[in-house]
Design a binder for this molecule. Structure first.
Ligand SMILES: Cc1cc2nc3c(=O)[nH]c(=O)nc-3n(C[C@H](O)[C@H](O)[C@H](O)COP(=O)(O)O)c2cc1C
Length: 210
């Protein structure tokens, strides 16, 4: 039990990677952790594209960089722009990137339990990704989630069919350091919300404990 909670608390979104190649068995275990995630109606909407080809990584980096610049324009603050840039560089620095895709058509039109909340497909894929994040942390491997891209760009570079969504680009590699607190907290971007204020009793807004 301690090991699970330890991995949950020590998991971090990692931006700084060492160039060392990840052993195949480690990558395999992280992928299998993803594939053992829960999914609505057991639809398993995910696939994993493991990318170590530098040319492909550079192509991905270029489209992410373009969106980073666009996003950075919303932040005149140079420091914030700098942190966004760090993550983009992770795409070529990290020895491996995994694109996790989400196929909302898998399992046919009537997936058990997906009638009223269609986005449960993407929720399932997110569960797979979290499994990978925790497994990576337990393996001592850093993982970063990159979502600053146009889906069409990533589809084209990786040859993903039109009805399949690239849900995430995950950069993976060894890191010199797992920070204790999220980077965005350390640089004053935000803080973890007060636990007592996010837990309600019986009804929205009724604080559970005083
Ligand atoms: C759905 C999702 C998308 C994210 N996209 C990005 C991203 O594009 N760039 C980035 O730097 N971090 C991204 N992150 C990482 C978050 O910034 C990070 O999880 C958050 O700041 C908390 O830090 P921690 O993961 O170290 O606890 C993403 C996280 C999630 C869950």
């Amino acid at each position: 039990m301690d090991a699970v909670y330890k991995a949950i608390l020590a998991r971090r979104d990692i931006r700084v990677f060492l160039p060392d190649k990840l052993p195949d068995d480690v990558v395999e275990r992280i992928l299998r952790a993803g594939h053992h995630g829960p999914s609505v109606g057991y639809m398993q909407p995910w696939d994993f594209i493991v990318i170590d080809d530098k040319e492909t990584l550079r192509a991905l980096q270029a489209v992410v960089e373009r969106e980073r610049v666009r996003a950075g324009e919303a932040y005149p603050d140079a420091k914030r722009d700098y942190y966004l840039r760090l993550k983009v560089e992770g795409l070529v620095e990290a020895p491996l990137t995994i694109c996790v895709t989400n196929d909302g058509t898998r399992g046919g039109p009537h997936v058990l339990g997906r009638n009223t909340i269609p986005e449960t497909d993407l929720m399932s894929t997110a569960c797979a990704i979290q499994n990978m994040w925790l497994a990576a942390r337990a393996e001592g491997v850093g993982m970063g989630w990159v979502s600053i891209y146009e889906k069409a760009d990533v589809r084209e570079i990786l040859g993903i069919p039109a009805d399949v969504d690239p849900a995430a680009l995950l950069t993976l590699g060894y890191t010199p350091h797992f920070p204790d607190i999220p980077l965005l907290e350390r640089v004053g971007w935000g803080t973890r919300r007060d636990f007592a204020k996010v837990v309600y009793a019986n009804r929205w807004g009724t604080q559970r404990r005083n």
